[in-house]
Design a protein around this ligand. Structure first.
Ligand code: PLP
Length: 428
C-alpha cells in the first residue's frame, strides 16, 4: 500500500468519503486519491514522494504557479500582525479598490470566504433588490453548494426545479428554473412564462463545470438583452473565469456588462476567499447600507486579503501573464490536436485562454447533454495513464483544466507526449 492509500483508508473512517470535497475522492475515475504534501511552481508532490505536473492548480487559484514568492511573502509579513481582528482593515479597502479597478462593472464589492458564499449572497441581493423570488440557472453550471443551485435540469425541470440533492426542499427547488446552456429560446420561454417573477439569471460566462464550454456567439448578448427586457438581473459567476480569462474576467473578454459578479479562487491567492459585487445601486441594499443581511466573522480576513492582494496586484501589473497563458493554452491544445489526428481520433477539444477540456466524444460540446455523450470509462483509464506519467489532471471528465504561467515549454512538450501515450494506453 502506498502512503496515500493508507491515509485514504484512515480518512474514510473519520471524514465522509475520506475527503472534504467530493470530487477529490476520485469516484469519477476510480482508484484511490493521491494525498498531496507540498507544491512549488508547476509541480505537486505527494505523500509517497512522487512529482506531478499540475494542470488543475487547486481548481484555479494557483494561476501563477504554487507558492508564488510575492504571495508567500505577503502572507508571512501579514502573520506578524496577528491572524484576524473582526474589525475593518486598510487591506480590505485596498482590495475593494483593486477589484473595482480590474473589473469595472463592479462598483461596490463585499468580501466573503468562498465562491459558494458569494453566489448565495448574490441571489439574495438580487431577490431583495427586485422583490422577486425565482432565479434561472443553466443545466451543467455549478455555482457552489447553496440549496438554490443544487438543481438538475431533468426532463420536467424546464418549468419546475427538481431537487438534485436530498436535503434541498421542494419549495427551494421550485424557485430555481433551469435551461440548457447556449439555448436563448429556452431562457426567453422561462422569462415569458414567469413574468415579473425572475429576480436573476445566473451563469458561468464560460463554463468550467461541465468541462470547458464556451458561450456561442450572441448567447451572452442575448441573455443580457433578455434580462433587460424582463427586469431580471444578470449575474456572471466568475469564480473560475475571474482574473483568469483576462484581468477583468470573461466579462472583459466578451465585452458584456453583468449587473452582479461573483468571484473566488484567484482572488484569494489560494486562501479561502470569495467576493460579490456589481452596480452600486444594487449593492447598496446589502446590510448595513441596506436591509439585505449578509455577514461573516472571518470575511476580509487580513491574511487572506494579503495573499489575494499580492496575487491581484501581480496580475494587474503584469499583462504579459495573460499573453503567456494564451501561448501555453494554444501550445497544449495544438499538441493534443496533432496527437488526436495522428491517432485517427475525432474527440472534441474546447479551449479558451488557460482553460480547456479534451472531451472523449466526437460530438461538439455546447451544453451539458452533449458533454454527457463522453465515454466516461475511457476518460477514467486516460486519467490514470496520465497520472502514472506524472501529469495531474482534474479527476473527472466534467471539469476544465486550469493552466498556470509556471508551465515551461519543456513541460508542455512532456504533457503532450504523456497525452499521446495515455490515449493509446486507454484505447488499447
Ligand atoms: N461558482 C463556480 C463557477 C465554481 O466553479 C465554484 C467552485 O468550483 C463555485 C462557484 C463555488 O466555489 P467554492 O468551492 O469556493 O465554494
Amino acid at each position: 500500500m502506498t502512503t496515500s492509500e493508507q491515509l485514504f483508508e484512515k480518512a474514510k473512517t473519520l471524514i465522509p468519503g475520506g475527503v472534504n470535497s467530493p470530487v477529490r475522492a476520485f469516484r469519477a475515475v476510480g482508484g484511490s486519491p493521491v494525498f498531496i504534501k507540498s507544491a512549488k511552481g508547476p509541480y505537486l508532490y505527494d505523500e509517497d514522494g512522487r512529482q506531478y505536473i499540475e494542470l488543475i492548480n487547486s481548481w484555479g487559484p494557483m494561476i501563477l504557479g504554487h507558492a508564488f514568492e510575492p504571495v508567500e511573502k505577503a502572507v508571512r509579513d501579514a502573520i506578524q500582525d496577528s491572524f484576524s481582528f473582526g474589525a475593518p482593515t486598510r487591506k480590505e479597502v485596498e482590495m475593494a479598490e483593486l477589484i473595482t479597478t480590474m473589473v469595472p462593472s463592479v462598483e461596490k464589492v463585499r468580501m466573503v470566504n468562498s465562491g459558494t458564499e458569494a453566489t448565495m449572497a448574490a441571489i439574495r441581493v438580487a431577490r431583495g433588490f427586485t422583490g422577486r423570488d425565482k432565479i434561472i440557472k443553466f443545466e451543467g453550471c455549478y455555482h457552489g453548494h447553496g440549496d438554490s443551485f443544487l438543481i438538475a435540469a431533468g426532463s420536467g425541470a424546464m418549468t419546475m426545479g427538481i431537487p438534485d440533492s436530498p436535503g434541498v426542499t421542494k419549495a427551494t427547488a421550485a424557485d430555481t428554473l433551469t435551461a440548457p446552456y447556449n439555448d436563448l429560446a429556452a431562457v426567453e420561454k422561462l422569462l415569458e412564462n414567469n413574468q415579473n417573477q425572475v429576480a436573476a439569471v445566473i451563469l458561468e460566462p464560460v463554463v468550467g463545470n461541465m468541462g470547458c464550454v464556451l458561450p456561442q456567439p450572441g448567447f451572452l448578448e442575448g441573455i443580457r438583452a433578455l434580462c433587460d427586457k424582463h427586469g431580471a438581473l444578470l449575474i456572471f459567476d466568475e469564480v473560475m473565469t475571474g482574473f483568469r480569462l483576462a484581468k477583468g474576467g470573461a466579462q472583459e473578454r466578451f465585452g458584456i456588462t453583468p449587473d452582479l459578479t461573483t468571484m473566488g479562487k484567484i482572488i484569494g491567492g489560494g486562501m479561502p476567499v470569495g467576493a460579490y459585487g456589481g452596480r452600486a445601486d444594487i449593492m447598496n441594499v446589502v446590510s448595513p447600507a441596506g436591509p439585505v443581511y449578509q455577514a461573516g466573522t472571518l470575511s476580509g480576513n487580513p491574511i487572506a486579503m494579503s495573499a489575494g492582494l499580492a496575487m491581484l496586484h501581480h496580475l494587474n501589473d503584469h499583462p504579459e501573464v495573460y499573453t503567456r497563458l494564451e501561448e501555453i493554452g494554444s501550445a497544449l491544445v495544438n499538441g493534443f490536436q496533432s496527437s488526436l489526428t495522428k491517432l485517427g481520433l475525432n474527440y472534441t477539444i474546447n479551449h479558451i485562454g488557460s482553460m480547456f477540456t479534451l472531451f472523449m466524444t466526437e460530438r461538439s460540446v455546447t451544453n451539458f447533454a452533449e458533454a454527457k455523450t463522453c465515454d466516461l470509462p475511457l476518460f477514467g483509464r486516460y486519467f490514470h495513464a496520465m497520472l502514472k506519467r506524472g501529469v495531474y489532471l482534474a479527476p473527472s471528465q466534467f471539469e476544465s483544466l486550469f493552466l498556470s504561467v509556471a508551465l515551461t515549454d519543456d513541460l508542455i512538450s512532456q504533457i503532450i507526449q504523456a497525452n499521446e501515450e495515455s490515449l493509446q494506453e486507454a484505447l488499447a
